[in-house]
Structures are given as structure tokens and as C-alpha cells.
Write a protein that binds this ligand. Structure first.
Ligand code: UDP
Length: 382
């Protein structure tokens, strides 16, 4: 039996964990047990609790509640290291690029536990993003790296992580890279059939069958900068006005906290005319409903960019660069940055285009099973 410890903490990781937990429960429970750890990075019902309940993820066995600390990464590393030393898992698994990912990677290495990184090899090449450091450090300390795309595999190769020879067991000095597809594609396919219709979504039912846009903004580069945030919301209001279709924004708590009083007044004016609609963060099932029904998506989120693609929606990326370059190359997303006019120009261009090609870039919806099979091959006790 392999004892896998999965480190979660932030919203996107919790959602990603649903795919692998589901695969273990349904196919691999005779060879693998999973213990979920929650660092507490996101801890409230809207950003964490709802996903465990609605996506059927087992409750975390260890809840470290580290959200409020002054130096959360350091505290996470210390507490995770204590836990790993005590529990001695066979393997630790981390997702993505958050502080919890980095802390899990450091702690596993401190304790000599092989590390698995899901979403390995993604690069924005923007070193101002804390996520970029987290990804690189995690990849370089992993034994088994699951890269979702060919570009991710190529990025790892360029950094000298080319992967061990076929048949060799993975280890920190012998890292193995697997191109596996995207577990969020697995999740989007699986949960789409469980999502309720738009007519049942609070604050959205009148939009059933009508055009609207979906937008999210939460990257600290945007959310922590008043000028950029104002510029983005001004674009949303103008888009809503000129297209006679509201821009629906499930608002991340970080962004909400940073909206200044003058910007709040501007948003309130746009809200009264129904150019924008601000919602609290929604659960993943409702997010799928919004993505499936929107005309176009505007976002600085990595996950939402991809989900737009899964649901065949064009996307304006509110950044200067993206890790998901394939979508941009494919012509289904445009990088706009955060200037109001640039966002509007990108949105208009996508709205005027009538043909998009949504080729299968992200696997076959069975990435989680593939990942489990590889973990069993590499980490089963000999
Ligand atoms: N998401 C959600 N509710 C929301 C906004 C986003 O369930 O109100 C989901 C979204 O569908 C995606 C994930 O959260 O699966 C993305 O998380 P986020 O944008 O916070 O992080 P990123 O993907 O940029 O790391």
C-alpha cells in the first residue's frame, strides 16, 4: 500500500485535488491511500469549504490553519515538516504554484520524502510573479513531474529536467517527467453534468438565454495595484454598456479588499445600469455554469483561461503573458494586459470573429488515472 499525502491550501488546488481523490477512490483504493492536508491558505466557506463538500473531496485529516501568520510560508514548511516526520508518508503530492505548493515541496525535501508535482513545467517567464518562483523551486525538487502540455515538457527540458529513462524508478536525483494532460479537464468534464442551469443561479436567473460576459481578477499584480484595477473595471463597465450585456464578476476576496472608495462608486454606478454584476465567489459547479453560458471570458486566472477553452469560449487574458501559451497560439485567447482600451480592443476582436478552433490540447479527461498509475509504478514498496 502506498501512503500518499496531498498538500492543499488555495482554491485552485482544492479543486484540482478532486480529480485525483476521485481516481484513487474509484480505481486504486486497494493499492493507495490518500491523506489530505490543508495548510489553511484559503480557509473560509467561499474559498475552501464549499469545494470539499460539493466536489466530494475527503475532509482534510490535518488542518494546519496557517492563514493569518505573518510569515506563512516559513510556518507552513515547519508544520508540514513536523507532520511528515511524524507520519512518514511514502510520497507527497503538491499542485500548481501557490505558497502551499512551495511549502509542501520544501517540507518533503527536508524529510527525504519523494515529491510529486502536478502542473509541472508551466512558466510565465515573468519573475515578478511569486508563482513563477514557486513553480521553478517545486519542479527542481520533485521526483515525479506531471506536465500538462508539450510546452511544459519543453520548458523542463530547457532547465535540464529531461526525465529518467523509461522503466527507471523516479527519485529526487532521477526525476521523471510525464506528459499527462490536464486534471482540470478531467474535472470540467466530470462536473459539467452536475452543474445546475443558469436559471437557478442566484442573481443570474434573468440572464438565462441572454448574452453576458464572465470576468475574474485576482492576481496580485492586478489586485494590489489601484490604477490597474480601476482600468480593468472601467473596461468591464464599457464593454457591458456597448454590448448591452453585463460583465459578471465573481469577486475574489483579495480584489474586493483592495477596491478603493472612488472605484467602489464607479462600480456601483455601472452596477445600477446593469453593465456589471458583482457576485461573491461562487462554487466550482456554478462557475462551470457561468463559463458554459458566457459569450466571452475575461480573466487573469490560469484556471479560468483553460476552462474557457474547455467550454469553447474565447478569452481575453488580463495579463501581458500567460503560462497557457497554446490557447493564445490557437487564436482562442488574446493577451490584453490591463489597459482599458486594450481590453476593449481584444474583446471586440474576439466577438467579431466567428470561427475558432478548439483543438484537443489538454488530454482525454483521464489525466488523474494516468497520474495514479505512474505513482504506483514509481513508488510502490519493492
Ligand atoms: N473558481 C471558482 N469560483 C470562483 C472563481 C473561480 O470555483 O468564483 C475556480 C475556477 O473555475 C478555477 C479555479 O477556481 O477552477 C481557479 O482559481 P483561481 O482563479 O483562484 O487561481 P488560478 O487558476 O489563477 O491559480
Amino acid at each position: 500500500m502506498i501512503r500518499l499525502f496531498t498538500v492543499t491550501g488555495a482554491r485552485p488546488q482544492i479543486i484540482k485535488a478532486a480529480a485525483i481523490s476521485r481516481a484513487i477512490r474509484s480505481r486504486f483504493s486497494d493499492v493507495m491511500t490518500e491523506t489530505i492536508i490543508h495548510t489553511g491558505q484559503h480557509y473560509d466557506e467561499e474559498m475552501s469549504g464549499i469545494f470539499f463538500s460539493e466536489l466530494g473531496i475527503p475532509e482534510p485529516v490535518h488542518n494546519l490553519r496557517i492563514s493569518e501568520e505573518n510569515d506563512p510560508v516559513r510556518t507552513m514548511i515547519r508544520r508540514l515538516s513536523e507532520l511528515f516526520r511524524q507520519e512518514k508518508p511514502d510520497v507527497a503530492l503538491v499542485y500548481g504554484d501557490t505558497n502551499s505548493t512551495l511549502a509542501g515541496a520544501f517540507a518533503a525535501n527536508n524529510c527525504g520524502i519523494p515529491l510529486v508535482h502536478v502542473e509541472a513545467g508551466l512558466r510565465s517567464f515573468n519573475t515578478d510573479m511569486p508563482e513563477e518562483f514557486n513553480r521553478i523551486a517545486t519542479d527542481h525538487s520533485s521526483s515525479l513531474l506531471f506536465a500538462p502540455t508539450d510546452t511544459a515538457v519543453a520548458n523542463l527540458e530547457k532547465e535540464g529536467i529531461a526525465g529518467a529513462r523509461e522503466g527507471e524508478r523516479a527519485g529526487v536525483n532521477n526525476p521523471v517527467v510525464c506528459r499527462c494532460g490536464d486534471i482540470m479537464y478531467d474535472n470540467s468534464l466530470h462536473f459539467a453534468s452536475l452543474a445546475r442551469p443558469l436559471s437557478q443561479l442566484p442573481g443570474m436567473s434573468d440572464l438565462a438565454g441572454k448574452p453576458f460576459f464572465l470576468a475574474t481578477v485576482h492576481r496580485n499584480f492586478n489586485a494590489d495595484d489601484e490604477t490597474r484595477l480601476s482600468s480593468v473595471f472601467r473596461a468591464f463597465a464599457r464593454l457591458g454598456e456597448e454590448q448591452h450585456a453585463p460583465v459578471v464578476v465573481p469577486l475574489h476576496p483579495r480584489t474586493r479588499k483592495n477596491i478603493s472608495a472612488p472605484l467602489r462608486d464607479e462600480i456601483e454606478q455601472a452596477r445600477r445600469k446593469d453593465f456589471v454584476r458583482i457576485l461573491p465567489p461562487v462554487g466550482f459547479l456554478d462557475m462551470i455554469t457561468l463559463e458554459k453560458n458566457a459569450r466571452l471570458v475575461l480573466t487573469d486566472s490560469g484556471g479560468v483561461q483553460k476552462e474557457a477553452y474547455f467550454f469553447r469560449k474565447p478569452c481575453v487574458v488580463l495579463r501581458e503573458e500567460t503560462e497557457w501559451v497554446e490557447i493564445v497560439r490557437q487564436g482562442c485567447a488574446l493577451l490584453s494586459g490591463t489597459g482599458t482600451e486594450n481590453i476593449l480592443r481584444a474583446a471586440r476582436e474576439l466577438l467579431e470573429r466567428d470561427e475558432f478552433r478548439f483543438a484537443g490540447l489538454f488530454g482525454d479527461g483521464r489525466a488523474a488515472e494516468f497520474i495514479c498509475e505512474k505513482m504506483i509504478f514509481h513508488f510502490s514498496p519493492q
